[in-house]
Design a protein around this ligand. Structure first.
Ligand code: PRP
Ligand code: ZN
Ligand code: MG
Length: 224
């Protein structure tokens, strides 16, 4: 991999992938996105696109493996909480909030239990992919519940007997509906955002970012 090229991490497959690819196109970044390749080289700018799991994007940018990343704030906040207090770099520069990828991190429980208030969670097990954000919420609300970390299929946890409730992302609500879950409090609202490694010092790369930012602003305004 050529170190002179600006490296941007995006989600390989998932809610943000299509919007990320469209955004790059609107910014004038021509790509040759071929099938399962991890890296795509731009054909008209010194840019390489790394297609990875969204959960890996904050770390890649914090560590400077990638210069920029497009990631949901939910994933960013969780990664920063996970690294806080440790020795690893947890800083990123948020260059821009993007107008896609809106979702909320919310609590949910089996519909047949009916509406519940916060006190119901006392002593319960809650499955989530966002243990740090959930723990902070529980602490804030003074709820003693245990957190079950799952990296996927969180919505089946109650039915599988792995947890009493879940804390997961809700976008359209279709996943909760399909799994017979009732939505409760929102813990965090999130959009996609563009982040940068704070130690980036390569002048050519910084100049390229300077050139792209007004375009990004233009793209966002055109959609308003
Ligand atoms: C989230 C969440 C649900 C789904 C909810 O997953 O985990 O599976 O989206 O969306 P809905 O309300 O529109 O049904 P995401 O796409 O972020 O992928 P990931 O969990 O693999 O990161
Ligand atoms: Zn994910
Ligand atoms: Mg999911």
């Amino acid at each position: 991999m050529n170190n002179n090229r600006l490296r941007i991490a995006i989600q390989k497959s998932g809610r943000l992938s299509k919007d990320c690819q469209d955004l790059l196109k609107q910014l004038g970044v021509k790509l040759n996105l071929r099938e399962q390749r991890l890296i795509a080289h731009s054909t008209n700018m010194p840019i390489d696109i790394l297609r990875v799991r969204d959960d890996d994007i904050p770390g890649l940018v914090m560590d400077g493996v990638c210069d920029l990343g497009i990631v949901g704030e939910n994933v960013l906040v969780e990664a920063q909480a996970e690294r806080s207090g440790g020795t690893q770099n947890a800083e990123v520069i948020k260059l821009s909030k993007l107008d896609f990828g809106y979702c909320r991190l919310a609590l949910a429980w089996p519909q047949e239990l009916g509406p519940q208030d916060k006190s119901w969670f006392e002593g319960k097990r809650i499955a989530t992919t966002y243990p740090e954000i959930l723990k902070q919420y529980l602490q804030r609300e003074n709820i003693n519940a245990s957190v079950v970390m799952l990296t996927g299929s969180v919505e089946v946890a109650p039915r599988a007997g792995l947890a009493d409730a879940i804390c997961d992302l809700v976008s359209t609500g279709a996943t909760l509906e399909a799994n017979g879950l009732m939505q409760g409090d929102t813990i965090l609202e999130s959009n996609a955002c563009l982040i940068q490694n704070p130690n980036l010092s390569d002048n050519n790369k910084l100049a390229l970012i300077e050139k792209l930012m007004p375009r990004l602003k233009g793209v966002k305004q055109a959609k308003e």
